[in-house]
Design a protein around this ligand. Structure first.
Ligand SMILES: Nc1ncnc2c1ncn2[C@@H]1O[C@H](COP(=O)(O)OP(=O)(O)OP(=O)(O)O)[C@@H](O)[C@H]1O
Ligand code: SF4
Ligand SMILES: [Mg+2]
Length: 381
């Protein structure tokens, strides 16, 4: 099984993208263990057939709709208490739109997001505000997501102004200092401005703001993409520590497949507004069955020269189609080397492929492909 070593000390992790291959004999046990870990209790979030179609309009005075950008087009998944679900995919595939829909920052065109059984896409006003306390977001860019004219104390404390019931007025300064301490910043920095911090420190402030209301779910949209590799490792390690401490559930969105594997229990791969494949980190990274996932993984840099020389590199041809005019049938068919007639006629469902059902092996996970099969793109020798 390929596994990422989770280093204890922040500075001992110079590069979180390093992959450490360990005993292959333990693979099946590890898959079973992972399944058990994510299979506990009711999901905290249940996303069902979620869609966001942005209207395309023409005309100045009399606007008329001439089409729609299908940014998210039927996404379904569950998030369990205490787990991290990674979401990966190329730029423009709809990751940030999914994040905004989960927070109800964008209104869904169709579908549901159940938080502990309650559909939050139908909520507004006070009911929505109450739910939002429990679902917070950490944004990509710590430079633009913090108001440069506010002190750190005001940035984090603002959360308590929006939800005054969460902290009595006289207690807020102490609460902000506690939060700074929790994310590894000196509580005396409370009166400093964002420009007086490094990028990594600013992202810690963003995380402290996300934690202020004791949420249960944190949606992280590319939280480390704007940071140096060594600082990425520190922020990732901090997030893992906070997850254990506060039993947080994360949705972790990123481009970098290695970082996503490092932090995630399960991973969903998105393509053109849909989930192509979803499973545990072992299932997706070591036993991918969808051609798109296989192509993405074949492009990940491998530190070991031997593996690098032997493995197969899948080069995808053609551009990503426009989400305003996706291909018929399987949306990946215009770039898929395995495409056949059926792929143009019938959209594949995200399900465990028939041939793997009952096999109970790591290939038995959900994959939206008519011809799903394993391909050893990472360890080919
Ligand atoms: N408000 C909007 N109006 C119209 N189209 C939009 C809007 N927001 C996003 N889109 C389109 O929806 C698609 C998905 O965008 P989104 O930002 O969710 O992608 P992403 O996967 O987060 O990309 P990236 O990795 O670059 O952040 C893109 O084609 C984008 O242009
Ligand atoms: S359904 Fe067809 S086009 Fe789509 S990924 Fe599978 S083989 Fe490729
Ligand atoms: Mg995005």
């Amino acid at each position: 099984m390929a596994e990422i070593r989770k280093d204890e000390a922040v500075d001992a992790t110079p590069n979180v993208t390093e992959v450490d291959v360990v005993d292959a004999a333990t693979e099946d046990a590890a898959v079973v263990a992972l399944d058990k870990r994510v299979d506990r209790g009711e999901p905290i979030l249940q996303v069902r057939n979620l869609k966001k179609h942005f209207p395309l309009t023409q005309g100045v005075l009399f606007k008329r709709q001439i089409g729609a950008v299908k940014a998210v087009d039927g996404v379904s998944f569950d998030l369990y208490q205490g787990e991290t679900l990674g979401i990966v995919g190329e730029s423009g595939c709809g990751k940030s739109t999914v994040a905004k829909l989960l927070m109800n920052l964008e209104r869904a065109t169709a579908g549901e997001v159940f938080y502990k059984g309650q559909d939050i896409t139908k909520l507004s006003g006070r009911a929505l505000k109450a739910v939002r306390r429990n679902i917070q977001m950490v944004f990509q860019d710590p430079y633009t997501s913090l108001n440069p004219r506010m002190t750190v104390g005001d940035i984090i404390g603002e959360t308590f102004d929006i939800h005054p019931e969460s902290a009595p007025k006289g207690d807020r300064r102490r609460r902000v200092q506690d939060l700074l301490d929790v994310v590894g910043l000196n509580p005396e920095y409370i009166n400093r401005y964002p420009h007086q911090f490094s990028g990594g420190q600013r992202q810690r402030i963003g995380i402290a703001r996300g934690l202020a209301l004791n949420p249960e779910v944190i949606i992280c949209d590319e939280p480390v993409s704007a940071l140096d590799v060594s600082v990425q490792a520190q922020v990732i390690n901090l997030m893992e520590k906070l997850q254990d401490e506060f039993d947080l559930s994360y949705i972790f969105i990123a481009h970098d497949l290695s970082i996503v594997r490092h932090i995630s229990d399960r991973v969903g791969v998105m393509y053109l507004g849909k989930i192509a494949e979803i499973g545990t980190d072992v299932q997706i990274y070591d036993h991918p069955t969808h051609p798109y996932t296989q192509a993405l993984l074949s492009a990940v840099p491998v530190p070991d020269p031997d593996s690098r020389d032997h493995r197969e590199r899948i080069i995808l041809t053609g551009d990503v189609p426009s989400p305003a005019n996706p291909p018929s049938g399987c949306s990946f068919r215009t770039r898929c080397w395995k495409a056949q007639d059926k792929c143009a006629q019938e959209a594949p469902l995200l399900a465990i492929p028939e041939r793997f059902k009952g096999a109970d092996g790591p290939a038995a996970h959900e994959s939206a492909c008519h011809f799903a099969e394993e391909k050893d793109v990472v360890h080919a020798a």
